[in-house]
Design a binder for this molecule. Structure first.
Ligand SMILES: NC(=O)c1ccc[n+]([C@@H]2O[C@H](COP(=O)([O-])OP(=O)(O)OC[C@H]3O[C@@H](n4cnc5c(N)ncnc54)[C@H](O)[C@@H]3O)[C@@H](O)[C@H]2O)c1
Length: 251
């Protein structure tokens, strides 16, 4: 799809990778709305990026349906949905010999996996009503997995399971939506310089950077955004998860 004149939503668009996608798409001439948890700071950050802000929880079916229906009423159509909303909570399988808190596992799965699925389903529902472009395309859904989907580390059972779930969603959803001309892609980032990554202790960050083959640095959010732009433009990208990780393999 040509970038100009497209309408896009970005979940988690107030911060980090999502924020970089919002900025890149606005710069490329798309109409963009960032869907993120309600909050004045987040709203102001998004407005400063030149996009609209919608305060919602990605896990809430009604909120997402309403937000998309309002958007389509004002925009006429939705072509791109980029899912960046996510949480990272570390917890080991056992803590002090006891099964650790199941609520944490369920929360991470709910936000990262069910939230992504919810937004993709609701976005596909409205994209299905688009007039196809000259190549038969109606839209693109992008989900953010992680290299933890492939090599989850200690304390990452919940996060890795949620991101592994996203990795496994991409192909069957692409097959489900192929007849409609809606493509589905995933990105599995390595380590990127965002507020989520900033929460890691410096020693852990330095250790990760040391093990990076090349480039030996954290990824820049704009490098993630550049991949999203390419996914929009290249119709052959469908049904796969692209690792964007400088050859990093976690152990
Ligand atoms: N930063 C990295 O190195 C890295 C690596 C691999 C994967 N990821 C994934 O990329 C995505 C973005 O991460 P980031 O580093 O930019 O993190 P971030 O914390 O900067 O941004 C996450 C955003 O998601 C929003 N969010 C959280 N729960 C939400 C909910 N229920 N509803 C709506 N919005 C919600 C937050 O408010 C925040 O704005 C996440 O899914 C993360 O797991 C990040």
């Amino acid at each position: 799809m040509k970038l100009e004149k497209l309408n896009a939503i970005v979940t988690g668009g107030a911060s980090g990778l999502g924020g970089a996608v919002v900025q890149a798409l606005v710069k490329a001439g798309l109409q963009v709305s960032a869907l993120d948890l309600p909050g004045k700071e987040r709203e102001e950050a998004v407005k400063a990026m030149g996009a609209a802000f919608i305060g919602v929880d990605v896990t809430d079916r009604q909120q997402i349906k309403q937000a998309l229906s309002n958007l389509v009423e004002s925009w006429g159509s939705l072509h791109v949905a980029v899912n960046c909303a996510g949480v990272a909570m570390a917890i080991k399988t056992l803590q002090g010999g006891q099964a650790s808190d199941l609520n944490i596992f369920e929360k991470v799965i709910q936000v990262n996996l069910s939230g992504t699925y919810n937004v993709c389903q609701c976005a596909a529902e409205v994209m299905a009503k688009n007039e196809p472009n000259e190549n038969g395309e109606r839209g693109l859904l992008v989900m953010t997995s992680s290299i933890a989907a492939f090599e989850g580390q200690k304390g990452q059972t919940a996060y890795a399971a949620s991101k592994g779930g996203i990795r496994s969603l991409v192909l069957p959803m692409a097959r489900d939506l192929a007849d409609l001309g809606i493509r589905v892609m995933g990105i599995a980032p390595g380590v990127f310089d965002t507020p989520m990554m900033a929460s890691l202790p410096d020693a852990a960050k330095e250790m990760l950077i040391k093990t990076l083959p090349f480039p030996k640095r954290l990824g820049k959010p704009e490098e993630f955004a550049a991949m999203i732009k390419h996914m929009i433009e290249n119709p052959m990208l469908n049904g796969s998860v692209v690792r964007l990780d400088g050859a990093l393999r976690l152990n």
